[in-house]
Design a protein around this ligand. Structure first.
Ligand SMILES: Cc1cc2nc3c(=O)[nH]c(=O)nc-3n(C[C@H](O)[C@H](O)[C@H](O)COP(=O)(O)OP(=O)(O)OC[C@H]3O[C@@H](n4cnc5c(N)ncnc54)[C@H](O)[C@@H]3O)c2cc1C
Length: 457
């Protein structure tokens, strides 16, 4: 039998809490302390009450085909609370109107020109078709998604199809986002495929083959909100949670680690045998300055986009927009996306029209300077117009701001992650995980949490 150890988890978001849960499963007798700087658990997992429902203001859909999130919900005994979407048909809003998202793309990257008519101009479709006439593709190292696709498939594919999808996931810009980090499956096929279209087809088919269950739902949510998971996780993990307790500094000692925690003016010292850092990259950089100086620069190289989410309940009416709208920059609107939750999720149907919409992109955050009232009113007006609502006066609204909400995987991101992992890996008993590294989605964060627990155990 091994001695009882103390794990300290810095950050009580999904990564930290999933790690605490997994650690408890594997080491039932250890002490687990979760340090959380904020006055609530969950980080980006957060729910509000809207028109009598629990309503997510952070993540609202979990990719079911990366199975870690669904399996974790089941392991918590909440499998009967999992909900599959009633519809996933979304449309893109462009200057010339609304267009249904075509099927069979890899994050917007098409595998063929067929099916793009209408969404792209005839010239844009011809440009995609003409990729087969270009010399075979050679990609050395990492490149930007936009850079590669503009060159191979033309601007329209990027501005009208890829940008809305990538913007939805990262609140980022395809001209700056790393191909290898944001589209690893596609990037992995490029060398052998010789063209973007062939690589997208190969990535799509390989994904379908490895899933085997290609007909299963792509996304899932939780009936009480994904924001209900933090409480369930921390109870199951039997962790000692310390809210309003930031970790400021980490030192190595002969026996393990010492953390300086609590109010900056009067910090306490907490000892640990193992430490898992899940704070966002800029905070992690500060925390690791002394113990892992080699991780500081690459952590600082991961910037974040800020955004705001407005949740709205309108009088019951049909929005006729499927699961929602993606709104790329060329549409020239305030909002960058609209989710029609009461159409998308069966458990939210049957009452008021429930909608959420987000504002703010990387390097385009000026609208977030507005007051809560002003921003909410402007978002409501934009959404009502985009959905063509007959009854546009909302019954209820909630605004949630996400300063530093989503890390940006810029060109060179895989190299930064490798450097951070290598530097942290030189310190036995220390690990780092979270949205900043190999996937911003909830399932990817859980996967990274498990990887970190594996490395520590
Ligand atoms: C608006 C929005 C919508 C999203 N939608 C989706 C979606 O639909 N589907 C999906 O899969 N993903 C979505 N995401 C992404 C996903 O929610 C996040 O990437 C993920 O939840 C991040 O989890 P995390 O634990 O890595 O980080 P966080 O949630 O940021 O948790 C880190 C925690 O560390 C704490 N902390 C920071 N510094 C310290 C310190 N010094 N000491 C102690 N604690 C500290 C923070 O307070 C925070 O609670 C969305 C994100 C946002 C912002």
């Amino acid at each position: 039998m091994t001695a009882r150890r103390r794990l300290v988890v810095v950050g009580g978001g999904i990564t930290g809490l999933a790690a605490a849960f997994e650690w408890r499963r594997r080491r039932p007798d250890d002490e687990i302390v979760v340090l959380e700087a904020a006055d609530r658990l969950g980080g980006k997992l957060h729910r509000v009450e809207l028109a009598g429902h629990w309503y997510d203001s952070g993540p609202e859909a979990m990719l079911a085909r990366v199975p870690e999130a669904v399996r974790l919900v089941e392991a918590l005994g909440l499998g009967d609370r999992l909900v599959a979407p009633a519809t996933t048909q979304a449309s893109v809003v462009l200057p010339d109107g609304r267009h249904p998202l075509p099927a069979g793309t890899v994050l917007g990257v098409p595998a063929a020109a067929d099916g793009l008519e209408g969404l792209l101009s005839p010239g844009g479709v011809a440009r995609v078709r003409a990729e087969t006439d270009l010399p075979p593709l050679r990609v050395a190292g990492d490149v930007s998604v936009g850079g590669l696709l503009r060159e191979r498939l033309g601007d329209e594919v990027v501005d009208r199809l890829v940008e809305p999808l990538l913007g939805g996931v990262y609140a980022g810009r395809s001209d700056e986002l790393s191909l290898r980090a944001t589209m690893p499956a596609l990037a992995g096929q490029l060398a052998s495929a010789g063209s973007v279209l062939a690589a997208a087809a190969a990535a799509r088919d390989a994904g379908a083959r490895s899933r085997g269950d290609a007909d299963g739902p792509v996304f899932a949510t939780v009936a009480d909100g994904i924001g209900s998971l933090p409480e369930a996780l921390v109870t199951a993990a039997a962790a000692d949670v310390r809210l309003r307790t930031p970790a400021h500094a980490l030192r190595r000692t002969a026996a393990g680690f010492e953390l300086s925690v609590g109010p900056a003016a009067a910090p306490e010292v907490l000892t640990a045998d193992a430490v898992l850092v899940t704070a966002p990259a800029p905070k992690a950089a500060r925390l690791l300055a002394e113990a892992v100086p080699g991780a500081v620069e690459p952590l600082r190289g991961i910037p974040y986009a800020s955004m705001a989410v407005v949740a709205m309940a309108f009088p019951a009416q049909d929005a006729d927009a499927g699961s929602g709208l993606l709104v790329p920059p060329i549409a020239g609107r305030l909002v960058k996306g609209v989710t029609v939750s009461s159409a998308k999720w069966p458990h939210l149907a049957g009452g008021p029209l429930l909608v959420r919409s987000s504002v703010g992109r990387f390097r385009d955050e000026s609208e977030l300077q507005r007051s809560d009232e002003d921003l909410t009113a402007a978002v409501v007006a934009d959404v009502a117009e985009l959905l063509g609502l007959a009854r546009p006066e909302p019954l209820e609204t909630r605004l949630v701001r996400w300063g530093g909400g989503l890390p940006q995987y810029l060109v060179g991101h895989p190299g930064r992650v490798a450097a951070i992992r290598a530097a942290v890996g030189e310190v036995p008993g220390l690990a780092i995980a979270g949205a900043a590294f190999e996937g911003v989605g909830v399932p990817a964060c859980i996967r990274d949490a498990y990887r970190a627990v594996d490395s520590l155990l």
